[in-house]
Ligand binder design. Sequence first.
Ligand code: AMP
Length: 249
Amino acid sequence: MKILVAVKRVVDYNVKVRVKTDHSGVDIDNVKMSMNPFDEIAVEEAVRLKEAGIASEIVVFSAGAPQSQETLRTALAIGADRAILVETTAELQPLAVAKLLQAVYQKEQPQLVLLGKQAIDDDSNQTGQMLAALLDLPQATFASKVTIAEGKANVTREVDGGLETITILLPAIITSDLRLNEPRYVTLPNIMKAKKKAIDILKPEDLGVDITPRLKTLRVDEPPKRTAGVMVADVDALLDKLKNEAKVI
Ligand code: AMP
């Protein structure tokens, strides 16, 4: 079984981003970038499936700036076999990424596509779902457990009320949630080995995909600052504030 995994290069989750002074977006100049954490979980899951003898090949995909090669190298060091970079410095929205993945899917014909449930920069939570729609394939989003057997995937999903387990036929699209696994640390020997693995570099035009953005960002603002808390004298004062100031009861 071949698995295709999508990995995005995003601002590291420890970085506190700042809004640009012209409010056109967030400033990512000289900011630490890393693999989207949910994508790391997706790569780890693919590697575990390979180690269990269920998968035979793992292909990792990324779309974005040339530096996304570093992200792909990390995925190769975790245990992926080869990589595909669709290189562009243009803005990529989820629909464009889903179309690029659709084109790569058609070339590679994997039995499973793993993505993160969302990218922590745009928080869209759309790409996996759009890909499933474009390919007309079954999807299981927010996966916290995946087992593969007899051409099917049993997926436990994190839903609002708790956990839901569904069975979907392969080929399918699965998006990873936080509790699916804990990604391993990348070891130095594996980083060295990853340097020898192949990264195919393509342009969106090579795949015949139009990546023109369909959405326009009007303005980006910082969230409102939280005001300091106050100590209340007693329960009656608290109830009074909740009723008359916050108006929540
Ligand atoms: P989003 O819909 O933007 O929240 O992203 C959901 C998932 O789609 C991510 O966790 C990645 O697995 C994948 N993805 C989104 N953008 C890219 C990209 N530029 N390159 C590779 N994968 C991506």
